[in-house]
Ligand binder design. Sequence first.
Ligand code: HEC
Ligand code: HEC
Length: 330
Amino acid sequence: MPRAFQLGCLFLIVGCQAAPENAEQPFAPYTNLQVFPQDVGWSELGEAMLNNLRGLGLRQTAGEGCLHCHVGSLQTSMETWDFASDVKQTKRQARLMMRMVRSINETYLANLEGRDSLETAVTCYTCHKGQINPRSLLAVLDRDFSAGGIERIEQEYRRLRAEYYGRGVYDFGGALTDLGVTLADRGNYDDAISAVELSVEFESESRDAHRWLVRMVMEQAVVEGRVGELRSLWDSLTAVERPEGAIVWFTLRSVGVRMRRTGQLEAAEWAFALNAQIYQNDHRIITDLAQTQLLRGDTASAVALARRALDIDPDYDNAVELLAEVDAER
Ligand code: HEC
Ligand code: HEC
């Protein structure tokens, strides 16, 4: 943006009807600068103030955004506002932030070896992206969940999406699936599945969203030990029309891997065994099952399975390693 235009914006903020007396240096003299040099010009100071507004997503009209940090009132002319006052905590916080940004740019980035683009500076926007409190959408949703459960998420996600989608403030892509995983980690599968269902509603073209839904529903069944139902559950989930490539050989594998990582070996075995039933003669899936059998102490089955995997792909590392491990222990 050309500088003249930015300054133009600022004079608009200052108010067209009452152009500041000192058009070159509005609000001067400045009496409480601690970050900027005393002789700073308004072109620099004013631009920094505009950057504050943009970074934090504050309103740029009629000085309203300035009041987030400065003392004044929309009822009175800006010329009478007390910009020097440090009464507002936000101003004091912002000063600390300005020091931090300065040090990032002038100390850290300035000393970055082999720097690609010298013009790229960190600004308030880099972190805040138009939010007063820079938070990831996952953090926002997780807080909403604690406050009001899944119903609150359904409302808040819709609201945030309607308000912010496409504005670069939040990354809507994976936030709901991330929330689902967070909830599943806490053992709350019902709400985890609701969160992922919501992501499928909004991202119906996303393979990831669909894959997560199927994965999550299967994981709940496995964790709850509903072994007899697994196959029919899978069939009904995969009978639904989903984007091409959403459901693949590693959809169920991820369930097994997660179970194995959390020490739920029986559940892991169910997931891998079902996967082997669905995708037959896949050396990777057969080896998954073999590794789990070994962990469960069934060495004979593990060896037989690993050999079967090697019949399909004689070079498959995981199977080769499994047999070597068994040999070494004998
Ligand atoms: C996010 C907080 C924040 C916002 C929003 C903000 N400012 Fe500031 N402003 C500051 C801080 C911090 C300083 C002190 C800088 C320093 O210590 O060098 C300051 C200093 C000033 C000063 C110098 C005051 C003095 O006499 O020492 C003026 C004038 C000023 N701002 C005008 C504005 C205007 C006009 C706006 C709206 C377009 C605005 N500011 C928006 C934080 C903010
Ligand atoms: C390196 C990332 C980063 C940059 C750059 C950055 N901030 Fe922040 N800012 C944060 C974080 C993180 C917080 C703490 C958020 C929280 O507590 O929820 C924060 C908090 C704040 C707060 C207090 C918010 C509140 O109400 O709790 C203000 C005001 C603020 N920043 C202003 C600014 C301004 C103005 C700039 C540019 C001069 C800036 N920040 C640049 C990361 C940054």
